[in-house]
Design a protein around this ligand. Structure first.
Ligand SMILES: [Zn+2]
Length: 136
């Protein structure tokens, strides 16, 4: 085994990739749409103000209520459909339905809210979408 060469330059660990990530990859991993670093979020669903690697102004984007609307329609339909199917198939007691679907709904919401927020922000970045302005 050889010791590492102390003179050889080591690449910085935070070097961003040269190509921007795909929409799916950036959404699933919370990657910055410009540099691909995992700096999009500052918490589970809270966006960072700025990318710590490339300086992209993340706070300048506004995804609004779009992700919540998607979740209400899609996740709500899935959970209600599965709950109805379970009731008609096995007829479990109400407490068991609540024990199953409340955690599934909460977990699914938190997981998919992060992904849909990232997807909308990355789409805004790629399409250069901004709030409408009326020219004077
Ligand atoms: Zn970045």
């Amino acid at each position: 085994m050889t010791a590492p060469d102390p003179v050889a330059p080591t690449p910085p660990s935070s070097t961003p990739p040269t190509t921007p990530p795909s929409l799916v990859e950036a959404s699933l991993k919370g990657l910055c749409p410009r540099c691909g670093s995992p700096t999009l979020f500052n918490g589970w669903t809270a966006f960072a103000d700025r990318c710590r690697v490339c300086g992209l102004d993340i706070a300048g984007f506004n995804v609004g209520d779009g992700p919540a609307a998607f979740l209400i329609l899609i996740l709500g339909a899935i959970v209600v459909g599965l709950a109805i199917w379970l009731q008609l198939t096995l007829a479990p007691p109400f407490w068991l339905q609540a024990l199953i679907w409340i955690p599934v709904t909460l977990g699914g919401t938190m997981w998919s809210l992060r992904i849909t927020k990232a997807a909308l922000l990355v789409s805004e970045y790629r399409n250069a979408a901004r709030e409408g302005r009326i020219a004077p």
